[in-house]
Design a binder for this molecule. Structure first.
Ligand code: ZN
Length: 500
């Protein structure tokens, strides 16, 4: 660290401390007189100086929140300071690679998922953590044999497709029908009302704008097409980019089967359909999926707080994935970053946090946030209160920072996070930003009671190239990005607004 950086860090630590003081972080009893107030101000100033000087006075150290400010400083220096962070460090990546190489993808209801959970439990034990699992009954969807074939007057070719989660199967011999192409729901409904969808396979060929706009075509289109008498539903994969990679994902179960096509395959169908002088394309669809119920587990790794064990900061990610690829980004990076944040605090920073830190590896998110919702239902009335719930589930790419939300994100909490953000920025940490916005699916319910948030990247739509595809392999994950995100999460996990 340069002298300038060191000075900056000290300055921002002081700022952070001031923010902590401002939110009543120090043990100051409201003072009835100005004399008392002055005395307390002097007291604060002593503390700031003590922290800036890099050592605590015995008196100052008694203040619990201040000890957390110094802990944060220590953690930043350890995880991001010179000589302590090895640029080639890739422990989290190596662990995720070993797990995914060994057990493959982790769809709900699979051996791969349950064995991966066992592996993480063993790893946490080896790393010296308290770890336990909580059973969650889940419903699952298993893909089975599937194919889609384009049939025209002049050629026949396999289409690159993925059945959608919780789709109905086709009859054993499949379905063959003429295709009708719609560009959106208005188009679909218009054709449906005119009787044009009866007996047809509908392709919804949505042109990508952004994920939140396109995802409804995947999740709700089959039911809509069924209403108008369609016999199957196809959707163009919800992605800005394709190398003939279909993207799977969940769909509301309808009475007709539903599948996604790679962008290129959807476009071929659309172009042929648009030509009046040739026959409409036909598709033959075979899907032998099945649904069922089974038991899975949420996995909880804990560092119990030394002073406030009932105040909990949760970091999480979902351990299940889709069945194509190995779910390296979605959400291998997420659950591993959450786990690795605790690992770094325990083994690198060697801190014993004042409040409880909890990494939760949620199960069965892809099949309907089943683990996250079960975790909330099981713990919302616990004596130990979740004060902050942070999640990583948009992959780990060029780090941007945290997006925060929640009823407890008041000005005081916001200032505290801003203080940490400013400190991280000054010491050159990528992913220093804190912004307001949407928190992830698995922690969304905690927003009613806590500060909630999600990690985000500075890469726009890039994540959606890999999302739910066979290409979501370890090559999609940069080891330094993963280490950086886990390290930054670790810093934020040490901060606790509204403890008292
Ligand atoms: Zn995910």
């Amino acid at each position: 660290m340069t002298k300038q950086r060191s000075a900056n860090m000290t300055r921002y630590l002081a700022l952070l401390l001031v923010a902590l003081i401002a939110i009543g972080a120090v043990n100051v009893v409201a003072s009835p007189t100005h004399a008392h107030a002055r005395k307390h101000q002097q007291h604060h100033a002593d503390g700031v100086q003590a922290v800036m000087a890099g050592h605590e006075s015995a008196r100052w150290a008694q203040h619990r929140r201040v000890s957390s400010a110094t802990t944060i400083r220590h953690a930043v220096q350890t995880l991001f300071g010179p000589g302590t962070r090895n640029a080639t460090d890739k422990l989290a990546w190596d662990r995720l690679a070993e797990l995914t190489d060994t057990y493959g993808p982790r769809p709900g209801g699979s051996q791969g998922l349950e064995k991966s959970i066992d592996w993480m439990v063993e790893l946490a034990k080896k790393d010296g953590f308290d770890v336990y699992t909580e059973e969650v009954p889940i419903k699952y969807w298993r893909r089975g044999v599937e194919s889609a074939t384009l049939i025209t007057d002049t050629w026949t070719t396999p289409l690159h497709m993925d059945g959608l989660g919780f789709s109905a199967p086709t009859p054993k011999d499949g379905i063959e029908a003429e295709v009708f192409v719609a560009n959106g729901f208005d188009d679909l409904d218009h054709a449906g009302a005119a009787g044009q969808l009866k007996g047809k396979i509908v392709l919804l060929n949505y042109e990508w704008t952004k994920y939140s706009d396109g995802v409804k075509y995947r999740t709700t289109g089959a039911k809509r097409a069924e209403k108008w008498g369609a016999v199957a539903y196809l959707v163009r994969s919800v992605t800005p980019f394709s190398m003939r990679t279909p993207h799977t994902g969940n769909s509301q179960t309808a009475g007709i089967p539903a599948a996604a096509l790679a962008v290129e395959d959807a476009n071929i169908l659309a172009r042929i359909f648009a030509r009046d002088h040739v026959a409409a394309p036909r598709v033959r669809l075979v899907m032998q999926s099945e649904t069922g119920v089974s038991m899975s587990r949420n996995t909880v790794v804990e560092m119990r707080g030394t002073e406030r064990p009932n105040d909990v900061v949760l970091v999480g990610g979902h351990i299940d994935s889709w069945d194509k690829g190995v779910g390296a980004q979605d959400d291998g990076t997420g659950f591993m970053a959450a786990y690795h944040a605790l690992y770094l605090l325990k083994h690198r920073v060697q801190v014993q946090p004042a409040h409880t830190l909890r990494a939760v590896l949620f199960t069965a998110e892809e099949t309907g946030v089943q683990g996250g919702d079960a975790y909330y239902a099981a713990h919302v009335n616990d004596e130990a209160k979740i004060r902050v719930a942070l999640e990583v589930d948009e992959g780990v790419l060029t780090p941007r920072g945290l997006v925060l939300d929640g009823t407890k994100l008041d000005d005081a909490a916001w200032d505290m996070y801003q203080g940490i953000s400013a400190m991280l920025k000054e010491v050159g940490v990528r992913g220093w930003r804190v912004e307001r916005g949407y928190a992830g699916a698995d922690v969304a319910k905690w927003c009613k009671h806590a500060v909630c948030g999600e990690w985000v990247n500075d890469t726009g739509d890039y994540y959606f190239r890999y999302h739910h595809t066979p290409a979501d392999m370890m090559e999609a994950v940069d080891p330094v990005d993963l280490e950086d995100v886990a390290s930054t999460l670790a810093i934020y996990a040490l901060a606790l607004p509204h403890a008292e």
